[in-house]
Design a protein around this ligand. Sequence first.
Ligand SMILES: [Ca+2]
Ligand SMILES: [Ca+2]
Length: 63
Amino acid sequence: MSLSLVVFGYGDVDRRDMDLVLDRMSASAMENDSADVDRDGDISVLDARLVFLNGTRPGCAHD
Ligand SMILES: [Ca+2]
Ligand SMILES: [Ca+2]
């Protein structure tokens, strides 16, 4: 499974990407929705968790 963890911005996975997922949590994902990281059709805590765990900075901080 290939994940697209970059929700916002270019290349880095940070707090802003996670915030974007959190903002849209409980919404239905659109086709190819970047906030639906695991592509299961829903934007959920699992997507936020994936972004957090795979952040490019410690603790998923932003620059
Ligand atoms: Ca980003
Ligand atoms: Ca999902």
